[in-house]
Write a protein that binds this ligand. Structure first.
Ligand code: NDP
Length: 246
């Protein structure tokens, strides 16, 4: 029977590539979209035209109750989740001087609280079944910090602390927990940065002199989801074109 993979924010730039990759490998792929997202049906129709039968459920990943309800519905309608990719995320960039509590809270809730909210309802079932994969999509900016991103860097660094602690707790139960820290990937989140900033400030920091491709991150997610990756846990795998090494 096909394993079930749940990708939060699967309709976004990176998430879509992850959904496509996992579907191509034979997983039954489920994604979430924000309850207010009016384009979800269009996205599903577009994907169907490309031959992908994705399942999609509304969920505000920053809201604990919404996450519990969403996972309960998925489990009831499709079955237990084998692979969870915590991918949904937002940025609200501004210097710390200008940052108010609203923009701090929004980023922490969506990028970090979401990892607790989504992992909580799937993890016990994974350990009971003796197999599971939890993959948290963090960022290079959680590893090295970034100007104007105290909120985002804190949330993304926090994700990896969560990864390491949970990896220890479930290591003997066939469940792995890992973080992927992408550098700048050419999705709409990054393409929203003005081209002159990309050309003058961002690309020059990347030894490969280009943005990453969503498919490159999706390939790493596919590996970490696989049986072959059973001995990889608590890792934070950088995929950043050489921008940051440690
Ligand atoms: P996008 O903006 O393209 O996609 C983000 C996704 O998150 C959307 O599908 C969005 O769904 C979903 N989302 C946001 N808020 C919520 C919420 N409250 N509840 C449910 N879903 C939500 O971003 P990317 O694809 O570029 O980024 C994906 C992940 O990768 C993020 O965590 C990001 O931080 C990380 N990342 C991205 C990098 C890049 O260069 N692009 C680099 C490093 C990390 P909806 O539209 O329905 O709201």
């Amino acid at each position: 029977m096909a394993r079930i993979a749940l990708v939060t924010g699967g309709m976004g730039g990176l998430g879509e590539a992850v959904c496509i990759k996992l579907a191509a490998l034979g997983y039954k792929v489920v994604t979430t979209y924000s309850p207010g997202n009016t384009k979800a049906k269009d996205w599903l129709a577009t994907m169907e035209k490309q031959g992908f039968q994705f399942h999609a459920f509304p969920c505000d990943v920053s809201d604990y109750n919404s996450a519990q309800e969403c996972v309960a519905t998925i489990t009831k309608e499709l079955g237990p989740i084998d692979v969870l990719v915590n991918n949904a995320g937002i940025t609200r960039d501004m210097t710390f001087k200008k940052m108010d509590k609203t923009n701090w809270d929004a980023v922490i809730r969506t990028n970090l609280d979401s990892v607790f909210n989504m992992t909580k309802p799937v993890c016990d079932a994974m350990t009971e079944r003796g197999w599971g994969r939890i993959i948290n999509i963090s960022s290079v900016n959680g590893q090295k910090g970034a100007f104007g991103q105290t909120n985002y860097s804190a949330a993304k660094a926090g994700m990896h602390g969560f990864t390491k602690a949970l990896a220890l707790e479930v290591a003997r139960k066939g469940v792995t927990v890992n973080t992927i820290s992408p550098g700048y990937i050419g999705t709409k989140m990054v393409m929203a940065i003005p081209q002159e900033v990309l050309d003058s400030k961002i690309i020059p920091q990347i030894p490969m002199a280009r943005l990453g491709k969503p498919e490159e991150v999706a390939g790493l997610v596919a590996y970490l989801s696989s049986d072959e990756a059973a001995f990889v846990t608590g890792a934070n795998i950088a995929i950043n074109g050489g921008q940051h090494m440690y």
